[in-house]
Design a protein around this ligand. Sequence first.
Ligand SMILES: [Zn+2]
Length: 194
Amino acid sequence: MKKLDPILKSYIYLVGGEIGVEVSRELFNAEEEFVSAEEIAENIIDRVEGKIDFEPEEDEVLRVKTVRKLIFKLQEEGLARSRKNRSSDGYYSFSYQDTFDAFPELLFQKIDLIQKKLRARFEYEKNNSFFVCKNCEDTKRFRFEDAYEYNFRCLECGGPLETEDNEPIMEFIKRRMMQNRLWQEKLIKRDFNI
Ligand SMILES: [Zn+2]
């Protein structure tokens, strides 16, 4: 059986847990181009024995439902697609295929999105002055406009609002952004087993 790429596997685990990984293994190793949820449920039953949400004692319908639910999650992530089949008696059924070859690009885009959010947050920190009350432990931060409106007095205790040094926050965001960039550079060079 072909192994799932370790990064892809970790990602799928986050999306669908252990059963999600087993379902993905089946999609990845399917002999036919498309495979049905029934076949997958049948193939993984021994491997997932005793695991949550997929008890062997469960009736078949329930197990197939679990598999479908997990494939749907993969579809939502752009990691699987379905095909609608029509049988001779007029009924519809679905079968599925992995789209794992899209994974590196998906991952890259996700990291890109995180990077954009971090950058926006960094700009927000850079372009604003923040005020806090040193008497109150969990007091919230006020932007200058708000602190001004409250006459630089804490709403909780009436104490003075003082300028907050947000340099450590900015440093933290910068470090995260650097890590992200390194991660992206590694991903570009990486050969995915997909
Ligand atoms: Zn206070």
